[in-house]
Design a protein around this ligand. Structure first.
Ligand code: AMP
Ligand code: MG
Length: 469
């Protein structure tokens, strides 16, 4: 097999990582391979053996390493995190650009702290399902190249089957990676990291300020997309925010069923720090940490640098709001812009909230022209629908087509993800495969997958999700 790796991160100085191989596992067994993604990356799916997907064997050209990073977790500063259960195998390049290939759940590293460095089949399935669904929705995201079982048990609240996810990302460099070097006063390291990220993700940027501006814009657009899908990341810690602008680290994430802006799923998010509607503000909070970390690289007077960085942070709204409007306009069938559109959209959302309407099913119903069975709050539909109809009459083009392209019918519903995981614990992988297969076409599901669109019955609702390491 030809060597397709070109490991730019591994060429950075030693203090950026620890080189070490994955810890071998007992009995590698393939759970799933993403053939299409493998081919996109110039890999032969046949080379992704169970041994490769567990780290028992390395693809030629791999230079396995664990990356350093720090981060704010739920607002609290943690100076040393790093890849505690992940190994970067290397970077592949091609007409798609440059992509990291990483194993997650690959055993202890110097950054494991008290963890076992492992993952179990539940979180691996969840990340596979949700990240690939996000890709199908058109949301920038890390992706799943494959998943394998280790043949070993992993001890959590009970013993679960161990598994490893093979993850692909534009890079795994996080806001927390910058914070790591900034906190050490390592300005030379910071500069190398910044140059590395500019070359890799923002080649048009000519310095730390325009790099920051690029990350701010990318994150603003990303979070707007999350909002348009009812997606709640759940752990938007600075170590879980990629500077590339991709969604990363699918832990206690979830798509809302019943819409409410204050929805929280994560069992560890007791204050609602990362509640649905808090996400844009939390993104800005994280980006402020990136700005702070970058200050030593900015020229001239520190006060002026801080002022300029603040101005860049304030540009978040300039990217977020138009993207949010564009996405929600499309969700109600609009492409053109009118002043009253925002009121029309927020009017719908508040009626959805008071009706506890299912987020996804409501927009699917709108695509068919009538969401009155979802907007059930007294008089709510009848007080909104006429304005919408009147607005659509002023709108050229095919409204239904616009809505069908903007509103996925299928999302990874929590109760379905949970069902796949529960079956997976017992060694039945069929529900997992079915869900992943169906979610490759979320806007236009096959008839036999339509049942996956059905919202949970009251007793099926999943109200809590767990970080699930
Ligand atoms: P996460 O919650 O996935 O964002 O991880 C936060 C930090 O905890 C990172 O440094 C992870 O590498 C580390 N970590 C999470 N789970 C484990 C585990 N099972 N073993 C070792 N480190 C872990
Ligand atoms: Mg993380």
């Amino acid at each position: 097999m030809r060597d397709i790796f070109d490991n730019s991160y591994a060429r950075l100085p030693d203090r950026f990582f620890t080189k070490l191989p994955p810890v071998p596992v007992a009995q590698p067994q393939i759970l799933r391979i993403n053939d299409a993604l493998a081919r996109e990356l110039g890999l032969d799916p046949a080379d992704l053996t169970a041994e490769v997907l567990t780290g028992n064997a390395l693809l030629p050209g791999s230079e396995p390493l664990a990356q350093v990073y720090a981060g704010h977790q739920f607002g609290g500063w943690v100076p040393r995190l790093g890849d505690g259960r992940a190994i970067l195998l290397g970077e592949v390049t091609g007409d798609f650009g440059r992509r990291d290939i990483q194993l997650k759940g690959s055993g202890v590293t110097p950054y494991s702290r008290n963890g076992d460095g492992r993952a179990w089949v539940g979180p691996v399935m969840r990340e596979y399902i949700v990240s690939e669904a996000m890709h199908a929705f058109g949301v920038p995201t890390t992706r799943a190249l494959g998943a394998a079982l280790t043949g070993e048990g992993v001890q959590r609240e009970r013993r679960y089957p161990g598994a490893i996810l093979t993850r692909v990302a534009a890079s795994h460099i996080r806001v927390g990676t910058f914070q790591y070097f900034a906190a050490r006063g390592d300005t030379a390291g910071l500069r190398l990291l910044s140059d590395h990220c500019i070359a890799r993700h923002y080649p048009e940027a000519d310095g730390p300020l325009s790099f920051l501006a690029g990350v701010v814009a990318a994150q603003a657009r990303l979070v707007a997309k999350w909002m348009s899908l009812g997606f709640i990341h759940g752990v938007m810690n600075t170590d879980n925010m990629a500077v590339s602008g991709e969604t990363i680290d699918y832990g206690p994430c979830a798509f809302m069923d019943a819409y409410h802006p204050r929805t929280v799923f994560s069992s560890i998010d007791q204050q609602g720090r990362y509640a649905f509607q808090a996400q844009p503000n939390m993104a800005v909070w994280n980006l402020a940490q990136l700005a702070t970390a970058l200050l030593p690289l900015m020229d001239g007077d520190p006060d002026r640098a801080a002022e300029e960085a603040t101005r860049v942070l304030e540009s978040f709204a300039d990217h977020f709001s138009p993207e949010w409007m564009r996405l929600f306009r499309a969700k109600i069938g609009l492409v053109s812009e009118e002043d009253g559109d925002e009121a029309l959209i927020t009017g719908l959302l508040s009626r959805m909230a008071s009706s506890q309407a299912d987020f996804t099913a409501t927009f699917t119903a709108l695509s068919d022209g009538d969401a009155s069975t979802h907007i059930t709050d007294d008089g709510a539909w009848n007080s909104w629908a006429p304005d919408w109809t009147a607005r659509l009459e002023r709108e050229p083009g095919d409204h239904r087509k616009t809505m069908r392209a903007a509103n996925p019918v299928l999302i990874p519903r929590n109760h379905r993800v949970e069902e796949a995981i529960q079956a997976g614990i017992d060694g039945d992988h069929a529900p997992f495969h079915r869900l992943v297969d169906a979610l490759t076409r979320p806007f236009d599901p096959r008839p036999e997958d339509r049942d996956l669109a059905t919202p949970p019955k009251p007793d099926e609702r999943v109200l809590r999700t767990f970080c699930g390491t």
